[in-house]
Design a binder for this molecule. Structure first.
Ligand SMILES: C[S@@+](CC[C@H](N)C(=O)[O-])C[C@H]1O[C@@H](n2cnc3c(N)ncnc32)[C@H](O)[C@@H]1O
Length: 290
């Protein structure tokens, strides 16, 4: 049986564990995963979780998906997480009901061949320069299924009571997509990575993760509004945006408009009139080891 410790090669960890290409904060993961898979788990049916015994969640972050997998898997199944970011793993370990997780690189997993019957990732391939190489590595440690849950960040939809919010978010997203080095719009095209890795693709299913902000506002919604009004949220992606076609002057212009929009959001919140719905399309792709 695979445990969190038994198959780790400490030499491997010390020598090849690189920092991830892009880093994520606990706050970002909590905000963007809030309520994910609470409304429907239909798209996860493809993973046949009820019949799995050994599941690996690669790029598990704070363990948001790992906990969903454990809820759906049989009681005697083992679920293990793996991530390259040790700080996120510490946060995952501090959870009230933690899923065991280990440090490791998705491209050189610290597990021996055939250790799992399902290897899955969520929003990991969009952050890797060579998704097919990671899928091939997942296939090495799986005896049966490999799955990826990947968003298409180019087709996120925003409906907001602040008129200019949707327009500005589209402008910022377009600048970000233009500058980012990996395919953050991968979505259903993860299928190609599976085929390139030699897997038989079974099916791809869509799941729309819808997040709603409405009164009474959560602490998280208030923090997000403040980050709009100060421009902090946009500033996180400044370097990426400037790597594309956006000039410094255009960025400053966007930031000014963004902060004004944030102030409108706060004003509407004070009047309990602010409403926002964001829908992010995720695609679950499942492949079988031939
Ligand atoms: C967008 S987050 C998704 C986290 C989690 N799967 C979820 O959906 O909440 C991407 C995660 O992949 C991890 N990651 C990025 N590159 C990695 C690599 N080469 N090996 C392992 N983990 C990696 C990051 O540290 C981060 O936790």
């Amino acid at each position: 049986m695979v445990t969190s410790e038994s198959k780790i090669d400490p030499f491997l960890l010390e020598t090849v564990l690189r920092r991830p290409v892009r880093e994520f904060s606990e706050d970002y993961l909590r905000r963007t995963r809030e309520g994910m898979w609470d409304d429907s788990r239909e798209a996860l049916e493809l993973l046949a979780l009820e019949s799995r015994q050994r599941i690996l969640d690669v790029g598990c972050g704070t363990g948001e998906l790992s906990r969903v997998l454990r809820e759906e898997a049989p009681d005697d199944a083992t679920v293990v997480g793996c991530d390259a970011d040790r700080e996120l793993l510490e946060i995952a370990a501090d959870h009230d009901d933690p899923v065991p997780a280990v440090a490791g690189d998705a491209l050189r997993l610290p597990f021996s061949d055939d250790g799992f019957d399902l290897v899955v990732c969520q929003a990991l391939l969009i952050n890797l320069p060579d998704p097919a190489a990671a899928v091939a590595e997942f296939a090495r440690v799986s005896t049966d299924l490999v799955a990826a849950v990947e968003p298409n960040n180019a087709t996120v939809e925003i409906d907001s009571s602040v008129d200019r919010e949707g327009r500005l978010e589209r402008r910022a997203r377009s600048a970000y997509l233009d500058g980012v080095a990996t395919d953050v719009a991968l979505g259903a095209d993860a299928r190609t990575a599976f085929e390139d890795a030699g897997l038989e693709v079974c099916e791809t299913r869509r799941y729309d993760h819808v997040r709603t902000v409405e009164p009474p506002y959560s602490e998280m919604a208030l923090v997000a509004a403040r980050r709009k009004a100060t421009g902090a949220g946009l500033a996180d992606d400044r370097e990426t945006m400037l790597s594309g076609a956006l000039t410094e002057a255009e960025y400053d212009d966007l930031r000014g408009a963004w902060r004004e929009m944030g102030r409108d959001v706060i004003e509407q919140m004070e009047a309990r009139e602010y409403r926002r719905e964001e829908s992010v399309p995720f695609f679950v792709t499942v492949g079988r080891i031939p």
